[in-house]
Every structure is written in structure tokens, then in C-alpha cells.
Design a protein. Structure first.
Lengths: 212, 212
């Protein structure tokens, strides 16, 4: 089972590494980071670089596609190496997935037209504009398309996907392997629970603000 | 504020990337991945490689030290580049932290003698043998030493640390930035909640089993 996580400049690291940390534990999984060519790809913070061990051309038919998000998503919304590969890979994939604003890339490729999906909390209206039906959920399955909310939601989505692929018990084993028993010290992880002034300050500074 | 995350072969990726994803959002933070020399360092799964952008010699006096865990921790328990740097860096650090079995490296260096600390759920007895006082907590502060439980606990620990450094509101802002509103699809993330047969099967296969 080949799982390809796509990388692009200014991706959000946890969007990619969260699902990797879950999915590499699946029996028979071969996880590969890929980009338009083999190279080191730097994240949104410019302080974390992950190696893409394959080019998109090397992995034309993955079983599972994972598209992370991050500020660099904005440069991946039109035909180009990532979109071209995504369309090709999606034609034969078993699951096509995204984390955070990676859903906008899927939507821009036309893969989420009329489908239920989720994305980063600030990007729901943008996702709607791109033809999807945004849901206030941590992750959403619609056919073979699986989308996660922002950043850390990729861990939850990947565990849910692991359950579909390998059964609940295997997914539970993976959850224990990564001791995923979250206890955030604050309850500020969603706009529904964060202080209004924090939500508003954030939304005003967001790259989605002008259009949101 | 310089934050150095140490890398070594066969580290666990989320141990390092979870805290990075939180701490790089801190105002004034400069986060640097370091190893004994600048190179690409491959994780426990052999499918994820992070670049160490600095050598340990380049970063002798970080404000915050982060030591991840993973199977490769076993090779970092005696004097060598990582332990030598850790002792030097700890002499002037404001915070010295670990995730998962990274606590065993801190303990082996003598930094947790008599201190309350936590680690991966399977490694508590090993941590005790190394002179620390293991706690069943998601993260533990004891003086300037901050230790997290397994893998995903580094996210919780880093948010708690962000709160100490920059105040609750800043930490809450970061939590919203990474939409950290966890909803695991199962309740199997700790030995207290996972099915007993999963816990036992895991413990029997663990590298800590023979000594645990």
C-alpha cells in the first residue's frame, strides 16, 4: 500500500507529519514524501525542511494521496506539477485526502465539486466558493475523499482512515503507539471555544480575511 | 529566543515536529534543528528525513533545548555528541525539555536525578532506574525541566511551555492557529483506556519488555 504525501514550499509541517506518524504504522504501508523533483522542501516557518524522496513522476499511482496545507497552498491552485500529479494519481487512488487548506487544492482541481468536505477554520468560505460543501467537522469522508480540519486534525483524520483500512483494533493500536491521549492545557483550539477577541484578531490578520 | 531541537537517527518525527509547530509561533522565536553535523536525519520509519540546519557546535547556548525520543534514543545514552552538547547547553538554558523517550536521554545525562518527570508509557520503569521520579502525567514541570509523555504529548507540553513563556493568551492564540481541538476517533491513547489485549500485546513486543 503506497501512501504519497505531497510537499510544496511553505507547507505546514504538522499537516504532513501528523498523518505520516499514524499511517506509517499501518501493516504493509510504504509512505513516501514527494515533490515535483527530489529535493528538500521548507515549511511555512522557514525553519523546518523535509526531504522529498521521490518526484511526482516516480509515484504516478499511489493507493493513498495526502495533500497538506499551509500558506504555500495559494501557489498550488492552478495547473502545475502538483495539480497535474494530483489529477493523475486521483484517477486510480483508493483514498484521496487532505489536511487543512490542502482541501482547497483538491477543490481547485475539481475533485470536491458538490462533496462534503472540511478545511482550516478560516477557509470554509473559500472552500465553498471552490464548489465544495463545507462541514464543521474534524474530518469528513465523502466517497474516497477524506478531508481534515486545520493542522493537528490530520492526526485524527489519519486514525479514522487507518480504522477504515485496517480495522478499529489496528487503529487503536496505532493510537496507543503514539500515546495519542490529548490533554491540551487550554480549550482554545476552535473558533467555537477560543476567546472571541483571539478569534477576531486572528481572522482580521488572515490571508482569507479580504475575501472571507 | 533560540530554541534548538536535537535530531538523531531513528528519532520519532512527531516528537520533534509537534513542539516545532507550536514553538515557532512564539513571538521572537528562532527554532533550529541541530545534529552532530549539518545533515539530513532519518526517522524511525526510515521514510521521513528532516534537515539539521546546524551542528551542535553552532548552537552552544540555546534558550530552550528540546530532546525528542524514538528507538534511536537507545544509542544516545552514553557520552557522545548529543550528550556532550546537552550538558553544555543545559548549563545556560532557560528550559530543558524532552518528549517521549527523550526523557531517558536527559536522565542518562544526570539532569533528572530526583526530579519529577514523565516519558513514553512503556518507559516509566526505565526512567525510574535512571534516577528520576516518573509521573503519570501528560507533561511535567520540575524547575526548568519539562518532560512530555509519548509522541503526541509534545504538542500539549509545548503549549503549556508557550503559556509559561508568553502568557496564556499567546498560547491560546497558537492553539487556535494550529486548530488543536483534538477529537480522536477512538479512546485508545493511553494504557488506562486502551483494550487490555492491545496494551499487553504492545508491552510484550516493546524494546522495554525484557527490562520492564
Amino acid at each position: 500500500m503506497q501512501i504519497v504525501i505531497a510537499l510544496f514550499d511553505r507547507f505546514t509541517a504538522l499537516d504532513a507529519v501528523g498523518p505520516h506518524q499514524v499511517l506509517h504504522h499501518l501493516p504493509g504501508a510504504e509512505v513516501i514524501f514527494a515533490a515535483e523533483r527530489t529535493r528538500v522542501v521548507t515549511d511555512e516557518s522557514r525553519t523546518l525542511s523535509l526531504r522529498a524522496d521521490a518526484s511526482f513522476a516516480d509515484v504516478p499511482r499511489p493507493d493513498i494521496v495526502v495533500i497538506p496545507g499551509g500558506p504555500g497552498q495559494a501557489d498550488q491552485m492552478t495547473p502545475g506539477p502538483l495539480q497535474d500529479w494530483l489529477l493523475q494519481a486521483d484517477a486510480t487512488s483508493t483514498w484521496t485526502t487532505s489536511v487543512c487548506t490542502g482541501a482547497l487544492v483538491l477543490a481547485a482541481a475539481g475533485l470536491l465539486a458538490g462533496r462534503k468536505a472540511t478545511t482550516y477554520w478560516l477557509a470554509h468560505e473559500e472552500l465553498r466558493r471552490l464548489g465544495a460543501d463545507p462541514q464543521q467537522e474534524r474530518w469528513v469522508f465523502d466517497g474516497k475523499y477524506v478531508t481534515a480540519a486545520g493542522v493537528s486534525a490530520g492526526i485524527d483524520m489519519a486514525l479514522a482512515l487507518a480504522g477504515r483500512i485496517a480495522g478499529d483494533e489496528e487503529a487503536q493500536r496505532i493510537q496507543l503507539a503514539i500515546e495519542y491521549d490529548p490533554h491540551p492545557p487550554y480549550d482554545s483550539g476552535s473558533p467555537a471555544t477560543a476567546k472571541p477577541e483571539i478569534v477576531e484578531g486572528f481572522a482580521a490578520r488572515s490571508r482569507f480575511a479580504a475575501r472571507g
